[in-house]
Design a protein around this ligand. Structure first.
Ligand SMILES: *Cc1c(COP(=O)(O)O)cnc(C)c1O
Length: 407
């Protein structure tokens, strides 16, 4: 006997624990989905093979070959659908390949795409190195005061946003952008890596596609590269499925398993990242050598009102301006930190620091060029220890500066 199913609506934290659980076979089931490693699929007969092909052709997400993934992949897809909503999730080898897949699936030569100006920097490389060659034109806009709608042309087919941005956390009014997109019959896709499905659900706000670097908070342990594209409607899913198939995009079951293992604890990790990051951000605001602190949960952050309207929380990313400092001084602070490792990426359990290259900010309309910027990923260490580390690093940089002035 199976236990009675019920229709009680469940909170996200509950659904993320149970999504993709393996089914009972002969009355028992493991808690975790097996890591099913296979490069191909055996069929009991040619008739069975034809039946699977027919089901695939009809749009069903069923594997007739290893590239289509296994039960491990299906379980992760289910977990991502629980997070983001939507009808279909596509797994790809990295967050960047999730972005590239979205562009290649939805655009053709002669098409125009609008991208928000605080976009993840490698998107501009995708534009320069591939999209231009394919005859696809990109416009970058500051999205929040009618400029986006003014940039629409007859052949605009896609609006691609990222909200918040991943350096200064500029927030888009996604509901307003979705209304504009719908009015002009344009597909709206958004990079939801900052919120990772847990702090914001863009498909509910009207986006057609949500893109995730699952490398970051979804996997959460800095041990896997992974991306996902989640489609809100069958119409968009069909277009993405075709490109996903012919581009041969697939991921290994071990990586799928690691992401699934990570996603179970996403809500508790995120809550702790927010607690630690809030303490660090508030402490930074009180330091004389620190200028603006960027963290949407701070009441004086430029994006705070929109963040409060749309997001259920914040993550571990905090950026700050080192007052009257150049790149060299910022690098001295990074070098002096002991608990914050110097490195790109974020979303793992550990703290990281990056000195943001000025050319990465020069295209952001909201950047006022007031000093050097450091980006912290505040990890799950004890917040007092992280603050003590920042204190000694800022002090160290100050002492080095005084020595330099003194000759
Ligand atoms: C890291 C990141 C990506 C790319 O993800 P990878 O898995 O590193 O390729 C895409 N978008 C955002 C916002 C990111 O932070």
């Amino acid at each position: 006997m199976t236990r009675a199913s019920h229709n009680v609506p469940e909170a996200l934290a509950t659904r993320i624990i149970h999504a993709g659980s393996p089914p009972f076979v002969d009355g028992t089931a493991p808690v975790n989905v097996p890591v099913e490693r296979t490069s191909t699929v055996r069929h009991a007969s040619t008739a069975a093979l034809h039946a699977v092909h027919a089901r695939r052709k009809a749009g069903e997400n069923i594997a007739s070959y290893g590239r289509h993934g296994s039960q491990t992949h299906r379980a992760l897809e289910d977990a991502l659908l629980a997070l983001e909503g939507g009808v279909r999730a596509f797994l790809v080898p990295s967050g960047l390949s999730a972005i590239s897949l979205t562009f290649l699936a939805l655009l053709s030569p002669g098409d125009h795409v609008i991208v928000t100006d605080s976009i993840y920097a490698p998107v501009r490389r995708l534009d320069a190195l591939l999209l231009q060659r394919l005859g696809i034109e990109v416009s970058y806009v500051e999205p929040n005061d009618g400029r986006l709608e003014a940039a629409i042309r007859p052949h605009t087919r896609l609006i691609f946003t990222e909200s918040p941005g991943s350096l200064l956390y500029e927030i888009c009014d996604l509901e307003a952008i979705a209304r504009v997109a719908r009015r002009h019959d344009i597909v709206l896709a958004t990079d939801n890596t900052w919120a990772s499905g847990i702090l914001f659900r863009p498909l509910e706000a009207g986006a057609d596609v949500s893109v995730l670097a699952a490398t970051k908070y979804v996997a959460g342990h800095s041990d896997v590269m992974l991306g996902a594209v989640i489609a809100r409607t069958e119409a968009v899913a069909t277009r993405i499925a075709a490109a996903h198939d012919v581009l041969g995009l697939t991921i290994g079951p071990d990586d799928a398993y690691l992401a699934l293992r990570g996603v179970r604890t996403l809500p508790v990790r995120m809550a702790q990242h927010q607690r630690n990051a809030t303490r660090v951000a508030q402490w930074l605001q009180a330091q004389p050598g620190v200028g603006q602190v960027f963290y949407p949960a701070l009441p004086d952050d430029p994006g705070h009102a929109l963040w409060k309207r749309d997001f259920s929380g914040a993550n571990g990313l905090v950026s700050f301006v080192l007052k009257d400092a150049d790149q060299y001084a910022a690098e001295r602070v990074a070098d002096a930190l002991r608990l914050f490792a110097i490195g790109a990426s974020w979303g793992g359990y550990e703290s990281l620091v990056t000195v943001v290259a000025p050319e990465r900010l020069s295209d952001h309309a909201q950047w006022n060029r007031s000093g050097a910027v450091l980006r912290l990923h505040v990890g799950l260490e004890d917040a007092d220890d992280l603050i003590a580390d920042l204190e000694q690093a800022l002090q160290h940089a100050r002492v080095a500066e005084l020595h330099a002035i003194g000759g």
